[in-house]
Design a protein around this ligand. Sequence first.
Ligand SMILES: Nc1ncnc2c1ncn2[C@@H]1O[C@H](COP(=O)(O)OP(=O)(O)OP(=O)(O)O)[C@@H](O)[C@H]1O
Ligand SMILES: O=C(O)c1ccc[n+]([C@@H]2O[C@H](COP(=O)([O-])O)[C@@H](O)[C@H]2O)c1
Length: 218
Amino acid sequence: MPQTSARPLAIFGGTFDPVHLGHLSVAWEAAELLDAEVRLLPVSVPPHRAPPIATAAQRVAILRAALQGQSRLTLDTRELDRPGPSYTIDTLHELRAEQGERPLVLLLGADAFAGLASWHRWRELFAATHIGVLSRPGVATALPDALEREVAGRRIADAAELRAWPAGKVIELTVTPLEISATRIRELLAAGRDPRYLLPAGLFDDPALLAPYRNPAA
Ligand SMILES: Nc1ncnc2c1ncn2[C@@H]1O[C@H](COP(=O)(O)OP(=O)(O)OP(=O)(O)O)[C@@H](O)[C@H]1O
Ligand SMILES: O=C(O)c1ccc[n+]([C@@H]2O[C@H](COP(=O)([O-])O)[C@@H](O)[C@H]2O)c1
């Protein structure tokens, strides 16, 4: 592969049902550690889990409100425009066609990374992107054998090295541990609780934003 020196483009995909301060904080720190542009990509149809509670439009409205007031993290809604399951390999091929040899970095929480060998055409991911693994509280670092074998020769420790190649390296990103999950936030909202300090403050300004979780049957 040709060498490159462009500023990396990092993508952070998720169901974001809803986006929370755990997502935003780790994405922010990854942008700092990698000196990268970071885009949040909400999935349309998650390949490996039940459909989200909120619609795509509702999740995007929450994301837009959550991202207000800063410009380091941006929103990329391309997966919502594609029918069928949101396979990450398809997204990466689209981005590669747009970005040329610019380094791409797929950001994954440690839990999502540990499950990588079950993803659609997972071995092709390494030719399409670098991977940045975000530490997450309570997630063991041991990997299944097939994944460990694929990753073993790819690990790097210095983020600057990512710039030398468009794809193919794996870097652990040690970020501030925040034990926040969307599952917990949905439980709290469904129980009529107010998880104010687990979510960006702006989400509480408009009662419609979190309404899908307060009364999922509505
Ligand atoms: N607190 C966190 N710290 C580090 N990574 C996180 C954290 N929360 C989510 N992630 C990562 O964000 C990505 C998208 O996660 P997702 O939208 O499924 O959030 P979640 O909080 O894990 O949701 P759910 O509880 O519904 O499974 C995944 O790569 C996941 O590992
Ligand atoms: O491409 C796949 O097969 C695949 C399988 C599972 C998850 N993903 C992606 O991983 C990201 C995090 O997913 P999740 O389920 O933890 O929200 C999100 O962008 C998903 O599209 C992708």
